[in-house]
Design a protein around this ligand. Sequence first.
Ligand SMILES: [Zn+2]
Length: 55
Amino acid sequence: MCKLCGPKKVIVTETGFGAVFHPCPNCKTGTDLTPVIKRLERMVQDAKARLDARV
Ligand SMILES: [Zn+2]
């Protein structure tokens, strides 16, 4: 397991706008990360949509 990203192979950076996902530079596995990142991004967008609906 990678020290930097754990089992995820993705680095998550929290920003004022939400979370940003990067492929882990330690793992450098590249292409197979895309589905994982897409899924995480969709989770963030769903969460944002829920927040927007509440305001
Ligand atoms: Zn890693």
